[in-house]
Design a protein around this ligand. Structure first.
Ligand code: ADP
Ligand code: MG
Length: 729
């Protein structure tokens, strides 16, 4: 009997790298060639229409319908010249994936075919979205929701080997106006942040008219050969391995990180890059990650909304290009137990229209105070809403990663580095002594001089879930498969809310006759004191930190169902309704959707696990057992002494124990699933039940199964092993 695993190995050993795609001499030759950029707009729109569109984009105001008609015509002409035959509203429903529904440009009038794409086609569509999650907002009988054009993110052409489609980024809302997607609330959160940040900037610089949040997303992922992937039902259905014994060699040699990129992977990455460039995604870095077969890509940062769209698009690209190269990409947070998980580091900051990064420390006193204002307000916001930040990154996948030994813990804390810690300490307790290089003005105000920040690796902390990295905050606890919009909505909102509070407090103090700078420093001092507990500079992976955090009263919510509670607490509802980002109905809907998704994910994993047990693992174990038993029989037949088949009998027993355990827990898992299903009415209780009772049976099964993998002869084991999936090149 030939083992499919062995065949897969052979296939892989004979694979050739896919011929390299041609690389243009300069990236600029192809960059954004598939995007309806401002330059392209100017070619395809009249001056007047372009000006009105650009103004609407800049100011975030709606585009008038008659202008949309002209824009649509220009966009269509461009798209058809590029070879597009269809268009789609491209949106990001709460599944976390992207969604599209293609329509042809074709219409027939009086028997004559012609291409048509009107302003209303561009501005609004009604996808039948009854099967997309809505958390009870829209029951399945009222399937109507609509998508509406977001002119602030440029339209683009998505190409595969079969054709080209014009994609129009849109928001997705229900007929009653509730958001059913990530983008609608994201845009609102950006507007809130902008308004609040501009008002605070005005304390320092009257010329600031607008503030845009910026985002650069580092995306981690694994690659696995397609031949292996196809033999793993768990990877196919759940995106992660639910069984698999640890390989003799894992990542203990630390030799993968920044190691040379294998050739086949290189060919894949190169093609991903070229496709990304065409779509205007400014990828810059690529390297191996810590785990074997794990990689990372990062673009230059962009305006937040565009960066989120680009990351979603990039994830699609990874999947598509990977298949072409006989790989599959694993975006799951923890595809392999015991091996590093994958994150999506969200590097976030704010930029003004005057070209200033608000989280970039300056040297002049005024700039310095402005930096400290935004810096400290962000820390304070994280302190106030740590549980909400924890909840927004919670998912079945991320549960395996947060708190596991090589990932940021489930405790939210902020790392700022030793230099800035000193600065904040000084603000808290200004030293009376005049330091010799501190200008008089600093001393009077009690503003410590910020030393030039030079980020060497000693002042970097890879164990922190939320780290300041020189001129931006890096939210590192975000899961690799999640849509960045979720965490960014929360971050924008909590900082916006905090800045509003800050400005109000300053105004109050100033109206009572306090000097502005003094008022600012006083308030910042209070904030530094109040938010001190959230700051942590040590090793976030250590047990000491868990103890220390408990002492500080910081929450350590390990699993999703309870972490999600923060979605609907009074403080969250107040925050989002005050800023007009989510209504209470929307928040409750999102809470429910997240719980449902959690239950569904675990349910799928559990079912696929039981399938593997019955169809693959048990038969392999029994076969091994039978062969041993036959061997013992044969030895007995030739009257060999018992001592010569003792080992075989031992092995048979060991196998039998594990098979028994496997069966026992597999039946218990079935029982738990049946019970879990009945809890449907109370989705929070149901999710908790899954996270405890279902998950613990799955763990018990895994223990037995992984034990069997170590006992069963290699030739009989049907599932590709960790060492093969991780190390075969
Ligand atoms: P790391 O050392 O954390 O791996 P990288 O250089 O890989 O750093 O990634 C840093 C990311 O941060 C990049 O995507 C970069 O564009 C982004 N970034 C840099 N400055 C800003 C900023 N002002 N706002 C948002 N993102 C930024
Ligand atoms: Mg990083």
């Amino acid at each position: 009997m030939s083992n499919p695993r062995t065949k897969a190995l052979e296939t892989i050993q004979n694979r050739k790298s896919t011929p390299a795609v041609e690389h243009p001499r300069r990236v600029s030759e192809i960059f954004a060639s598939h995007v309806f950029t401002k330059d392209v707009m100017q070619q395809y729109l009249t001056k007047d229409i372009y000006k009105q569109l650009a103004k609407a984009i800049e100011e975030g105001t709606p585009v008038e319908r008659d202008i949309a008609d002209f824009v649509a015509r220009g966009m269509q002409n461009w798209a058809i010249e590029q070879g597009a035959t269809h268009y789609t509203h491209w949106f990001q429903p709460l599944t976390g994936l992207t969604a599209e529904k293609h329509d042809s440009f074709l219409t027939v009038k009086d028997g004559r075919a012609l291409e048509e794409f009107s302003g209303s086609n561009l501005a609004q569509q009604e996808p039948d979205a009854s099967s997309l999650p809505s958390g009870g907002i829209r029951n399945t009988f009222e399937a109507r929701g609509y998508t509406a054009w977001d002119p602030s993110s440029p339209a683009f052409i998505f190409e595969n080997q079969y054709g080209k489609t014009l994609c129009i980024p849109t928001i997705f809302v229900s007929y009653t106006g509730e958001a059913l997607d990530f983008k609608a609330p994201l845009l609102k959160s950006m507007a809130s942040l902008e308004e609040a940040a501009v008002n605070v900037c005005k304390l320092f610089d009257r010329n600031v008219k607008s503030v845009t949040p910026t985002l650069g997303v580092e995306q981690e992922y694994f690659l696995v050969d397609r031949a292996f992937f196809d033999l793993r039902p768990d990877l196919i259905l759940a995106g992660r391995t639910v069984v698999g014994a640890a390989p003799a060699r894992g990542q203990q040699l630390d030799d993968h990180y920044f190691g040379s990129i294998p050739e086949r992977v290189y060919a894949f990455m190169k093609e991903v890059e070229i496709e990304s460039y065409r779509l205007g995604i400014p990828l810059t870095t690529r390297h191996n990650e810590v785990a074997p077969s794990q990689f990372e890509c990062a673009p230059l940062f962009e305006e937040l909304n565009v960066a989120v769209d680009h990351n979603a698009l990039f994830m699609d690209l990874l999947e598509r290009v990977a298949r072409k190269h006989s790989f599959r990409v694993l975006l799951h947070e923890k595809p392999y137990a015991g091996i590093n998980g994958s994150g999506k580091h969200n590097n976030w900051s704010m930029a003004t229209n005057t070209g200033k990064n608000l989280l970039s420390p300056g040297s002049a006193p005024k700039e310095n105070l402005q930096f400290l204002t935004f810096f400290i307000n962000t820390i304070k916001a994280v302190h106030e809403h740590a549980d909400l930040l924890r909840s927004v990154i919670a998912s079945a996948g991320n549960d395996h990663r947060l708190g596991a030994n090589e990932a940021p813990p489930a405790i939210i804390s902020v790392f700022i580095g030793s230099q800035l810690s000193k600065v904040l300490d000084e603000i808290e307790k200004p030293s009376r002594k005049k330091k010799k290089d501190t200008p008089q003005s600093y001393v009077k105000l009690g503003i410590p001089k910020i030393p030039e920040l030079r980020l060497d690796n000693t002042d970097r902390n890879r164990t922190s879930p939320f780290a300041f990295t020189g001129n931006k905050f890096e939210f590192r606890a975000v899961g690799s498969s999640s849509n960045s919009a979720g965490p960014m909505i929360v971050l924008n909102a909590i900082v916006a809310n905090q800045l509003v509070e800050f400005r109000k407090t300053i105004d109050r103090k100033v109206s009572r006759g306090k000097k502005k700078e003094v008022a600012i420093i006083e308030v910042l001092r209070d904030y530094v004191k109040e938010s001190k507990d959230i700051r942590f500079e040590g090793n976030g992976y250590s047990d000491e930190w868990v103890d220390e955090a408990t002492k500080r009263g910081l929450n350590n919510i390990k699993k999703t169902p309870k972490a999600l509670d923060a979605y609907i607490t009074e403080s969250t509802i107040k925050l989002f309704t005050k800023l007009d980002i989510f209504s209470e109905v929307e928040l409750r809907a999102r809470h429910e959707i997240r719980l449902e998704q959690y239950v569904k994910k675990i349910d799928i994993e559990a079912r696929v696990l039981n399938e593997l047990v019955i169809n693959q693992i048990m038969p392999a174990a029994l076969r091994a057992q039978k062969e041993l038993a036959e061997n013992v029989e044969a030895l007995k037949d030739i009257d060999l002494d018992a001592e010569f088949y003792e080992v075989q009998v031992e092995l048979i027993k060991e196998l039998a124990v594990k098979v028994r355990d496997l069966r026992k827990h597999s039946l218990k898992l079935d029982e738990a699933l049946e019970k879990g299903e009945k809890l449907e009415e109370e989705v929070r209780e149901q999710a908790i039940f899954y996270s405890e009772d279902v998950v613990s049976e799955m763990e018990a099964i895994r223990e037995a199964a992984d034990g069997l993998e170590e006992l069963v002869p290699d030739s009989h084991w049907p599932l590709p092993k960790y060492r093969e999936m991780l190390f075969t090149r």
